[in-house]
Ligand binder design. Structure first.
Ligand code: SF4
Ligand code: SF4
Length: 95
């Protein structure tokens, strides 16, 4: 069992690892997401584009903050620290 499971999960010391996950646009409110940050997948759903570094294109790599925070997708607004993918990504980066 990994000791990481017993570490406190906090975004304060995390490099926005959840912003490396695929983010699909699924809600009507996602119409507000600026189009230049989105693309169609091969399966024709709309998702956030990823930069060459693997993070979402809307993330500022200098500050590691979302540049479209007020207009970020529904899934980003609903995302909770400690979710399955959050823990998974943090373990990949040994956090
Ligand atoms: S939600 Fe999880 S992966 Fe995202 S910044 Fe916070 S701790 Fe990191
Ligand atoms: S839209 Fe913002 S919060 Fe959502 S993945 Fe991209 S940078 Fe992260």
């Amino acid at each position: 069992m990994s000791n990481n499971k017993f570490k406190k999960i906090t975004c304060d010391t995390c490099k926005a690892l959840c912003c490396r996950l695929e983010v699909r646009l699924i809600d009507d409110s996602d119409d507000q997401v600026p189009e230049e940050f989105t693309e169609k997948s091969e399966d024709l759903y709309t998702r956030m584009k990823q930069a060459d570094n693997g993070w979402c294109l809307a993330l500022n790599p200098a500050t590691m903050l979302c540049t479209i925070y007020e207009k970020r997708p529904y899934l980003c607004r609903e995302y909770q620290a400690g979710d399955y993918d959050c823990v998974n990504e943090r373990e990949k980066f040994n956090l």
